[in-house]
Structure formats: C-alpha cells, structure tokens
Design a protein. Structure first.
Length: 95
C-alpha cells in the first residue's frame, strides 16, 4: 500500500540515496527505537539532512496510508471531564 502512495523512483527525478526498503527501515528505526538522525545517517552512510528528508517523506506517506485505519475517539471519552491518559504499554497478564 505504501508504494501506491509514494513514488520513490521516477525516470525524471534524481535517484534517492537509499532504496525504498532502506528508507522504510531507517524511518521505523527512528520511530520505534528512538535512534537519532545522526546515528541513522552514519549507519546508512548518508548525511544527516538526507536522512531527515527521507524520514519526513516516509512518515508523510505512512500517515496518508494509515489514516483510514486509525480508530476515532469514542464519544464517551470526549465527554470526560479532566485528563484521559492513553497508554500503549504492553503489560504481562500471565494467562
């Protein structure tokens, strides 16, 4: 689905420094493992501005693709007075 929302290689444009697969990997490492752009740039052998641009491009495409899959906030939560904390921590339930 990502390849339909993102044109990575086109004959009329300058080629990217990373393949789409490597760009996705760099972006996911940035998002999931909180690696710095400097570290990613060193690991993928590109400059920090290049990795920053790649992450922005892939993040935008992922947002476009995944937006329909994001559930809406239930009305009950919108009517709560105070603070609602949504936490995605995985907690063992031992079952």
């Amino acid at each position: 689905m990502l390849t339909t929302s993102l044109t990575w290689s086109s004959p009329r444009t300058k080629p990217h420094k990373l393949t789409l697969t490597k760009a996705q990997k760099a972006t996911l490492l940035y998002l999931r493992h909180n690696q710095t752009e400097e570290t990613l740039a060193e690991n993928f052998k590109v400059s920090q501005p290049t990795i920053s641009q790649i992450i922005t491009t892939v993040e935008t495409a992922l947002l476009h693709v995944l937006t329909p899959a994001i559930p809406s906030i239930p009305q009950a939560l919108l009517n709560v007075y105070g603070t609602v904390i949504v936490d995605g921590t995985i907690v063992p339930t031992y079952n």
